[in-house]
Design a protein around this ligand. Structure first.
Ligand SMILES: C=CC1=C(C)c2cc3[nH]c(cc4nc(cc5[nH]c(cc1n2)c(C)c5CCC(=O)O)C(CCC(=O)O)=C4C)c(C)c3C=C
Ligand SMILES: [Fe+2]
Length: 614
């Protein structure tokens, strides 16, 4: 399959540019046929692995795929690339692998990748496929010839891919084999490796972060509520974000502090995430992949910005971004990606650094098996394990995230539970199970059923044994240690449930860490090389993508909003800020007066002001 071909030696004038990665070749006649105005150069090159070379070529051509894309729009580019690949393969009868010019056309990259994934290539006998890694090690593999129809590659073959989940997983296998090949071809030993070929590989683990001391709680909450991916104000009220965050964080801090005090005075998240980073680094090293692993938290230290600074100082050239949330949500991984997008955009080094994101990994076999192991182990602690109901409890999100903003969180969560149950079934464990959502905050409706209400209902229905399975997070944190272990346990016992248990978070479970390492390794050949920029594409291919593409795919409504840069350009001056600040304070005061006089509104609904506060 095309996907396994990472580089080609082409019997063409392009041969000096063939190296790891790929080259798109579109002849100028085809190009002019497409665009109507033609291009001066005989060939159109773009390269995955060395954007400098590609840009040099492009310089001479006065053509940039960015311009191409902007002028004609995504769908045009998609069909244009498809058409070109069809023509070129048909005409030359030789191997073509697609690539892109870094930082120019996102959709071009995606479409090319789609073409690549499904394209069947005829490789002439004289042309061998070479995988060339940067330490100079060549691997030769003579692929079978599978392009059969002369001059045509059907549209279906190029662009459509079976989106069933089995094929989805299948594509993982394909990648796995190619990456394994790539990586095991190096002759380096684990100890002496800082480099993989010429590349310095980094893995950035993204996580939420938590207050380390009680004094950190209010500023941590401020950071959280100041995030527009956590509280989304209508565009008109966007200027209220920070004053509102300040207000809510101050009011909520005492309750949160109580929670953190009860679990030892702070969040264990940093310690656990650091341990996971260490374990992952070691697992990668054991698998012969030297990589530095960084931790970037969204709302507390070590902040993502700090991790990025370190990544720059270490001279990382290829970065795999791995959110530590198994399922994607706009409010978690999405928020961190949004931040990365801003950081990347403003930094020349980062603009040029190749990266890929693994947006979610709940469907990975290793993760599912690790979860099933933990559940199986915990079930054995009950007197009658078969009679225990498995109670999957996920952190909730506001319903509008799913229904209006297209957050895939709920769908991924449900699929994840199904996969775990399937795995348990294979082991002969067929217990009853249910999924509910916990930890809601604020006035709006969240994903249902709610954990607390479900526990009460189950008690009323006569369920006697419940095993809580925290499913949305892989570390112990306040919501497992306090909310589940204390609050929900008490509620369950009060509701008539006699036997209560809880599955521990995965933490540094070896199967889990090893699987994360595999996920990283499998993504390496695609760092900077491909992306999936629509949900549909994501379903049918390895779910990798660049920060920008994933945000566009998952949070398209938000992407329509003007970017912060545009706001700046439109004159966000210090004096405008002062006036905004004043307006914000006035608005907050007006809201407060309204709430206190009517006893109704935002703050009452959020539980910040008591109902009797009239
Ligand atoms: C997948 C996990 C999480 C989702 C989805 C999520 C969404 C989300 N969270 C809040 C508000 C709060 N979250 C808080 C803590 C917290 N949240 C998660 C995970 C998810 N949040 C974790 C792991 C933690 C705990 C970190 C720790 O310190 O151990 C808090 C602070 C704690 C508290 O006061 O309750 C708030 C507040 C919203 C509004 C939201 C979706 C929009
Ligand atoms: Fe949360």
């Amino acid at each position: 399959m095309g996907i396994e071909i990472l580089a080609l030696s082409l019997p063409s004038p392009a041969s000096q540019y063939s190296y790891l990665g790929a080259i798109v070749i579109i002849s100028s006649s085809q190009y002019s046929g497409l665009l109507g105005d033609g291009g001066p150069a005989p060939w159109f090159f773009s390269s995955v692995s060395d954007s400098v070379v590609a840009e040099k070529v492009l310089e001479g051509m006065e053509l940039a795929s960015g311009r191409f894309c902007r002028r004609f729009g995504d769908s045009f580019v998609g069909s244009a690339v498809e058409w070109c690949l069809t023509q070129v393969v048909g005409r030359m009868g030789s191997g073509i692998v697609a690539g892109y010019v870094h930082g120019t056309s996102l959709s071009l990259r995606m479409h090319i990748f789609l073409g690549l994934a499904c394209l069947r290539i005829k490789v002439p006998a004289t042309c061998s496929i070479q995988m060339l890694n940067h330490s100079g090690c060549h691997m030769e593999s003579h692929t079978s010839l599978c392009y059969t129809k002369k001059n045509t590659v059907s549209r279906k073959c190029l662009w459509k891919h079976d989106s069933s989940s089995s094929n989805h997983r299948q594509s993982f296998k394909l990648c796995s084999s190619s990456s394994e090949a790539l990586l095991t071809s190096t002759s380096q030993t684990p100890q002496d490796k800082l480099f993989l070929g010429n590349e310095r590989v980094g893995v950035l683990l993204l996580n939420l972060g938590g207050p380390e001391t009680l004094d950190d709680v209010q500023p941590f909450l401020f950071n959280l509520f100041a995030d527009p991916d956590i509280i989304r104000l209508p565009r008109l009220f966007r200027f209220l974000q920070k004053p509102l965050a300040q207000f809510i964080s101050v009011v909520r801090a005492p309750k949160s502090k109580e929670g953190y005090a009860s679990i030892g005075g702070g969040s264990p998240l940093r310690e656990i995430t650091d341990a996971q980073a260490q374990a992952l680094r070691k697992a990668l090293c054991d698998k012969n992949v030297p990589a530095k692993v960084y931790v970037g938290m969204r709302y507390w230290h070590p902040f993502t910005e700090e991790a990025i600074e370190q990544i720059k100082m270490d001279g990382i050239t290829k970065l795999v971004v791995l959110p530590l949330y198994p399922q994607f949500s706009i409010s978690t991984s999405g928020s961190s990606l949004r931040l990365l997008e801003c950081i990347f955009r403003e930094d020349q080094y980062l603009v040029n650094m190749q990266h890929t994101v693994i947006p979610s990994w709940y469907q990975r076999e290793g993760y599912i098996k690790a979860m099933a192991d933990l559940i199986e182990r915990e079930l054995q602690k009950f007197e009658s394990p078969m009679k225990v109901m498995l109670f999957f409890s996920a952190h909730g999100v506001p319903l509008a995230y799913v229904e209006e903003a297209g957050d895939p969180y709920k769908a991924e969560m449900e699929e994840c539970v199904d996969l775990i149950m399937e795995e348990l079934e294979k082991r002969g464990i067929t217990n009853a199970f249910t999924l509910a959502y916990q930890s809601r905050v604020g006035p709006v409706e969240w994903l249902k059923p709610y954990t607390d209400e479900t526990i009460v209902e189950l008690g009323q229905k006569g369920v006697k044994s419940l095993l809580a399975v925290p499913i949305s997070f892989v570390s112990e944190h306040i919501e497992t240690l306090e909310e589940i272990d204390v609050e929900y346990r008490e509620l369950a016992l009060k509701s008539g449930i006699k036997n209560w248990g809880r599955v521990p978070a995965l933490g540094c479970e070896p199967t889990f860490i090893s699987d994360l390492a595999d996920a990283v390794i499998e993504s390496l050949p695609y760092v900077g090389a491909m992306a999936a920029s629509s949900l549909e594409a994501r379903q049918s291919l390895v779910p990798l993508g660049s920060v920008e593409e994933l945000l566009a795919a998952y949070d398209s409504k938000r992407a329509e909003l003007p970017s912060p840069v545009a706001v700046w350009e439109w004159g966000w001056t210090p004096s405008a800020e002062t006036w905004n600040g004043r307006a914000a304070m006035l608005a907050v005061l007006a809201l407060l007066v309204l709430e206190i006089t009517t006893g109704e509104g935002f703050l009452h609904q959020w539980g910040i002001l008591p109902r009797s506060f009239k």
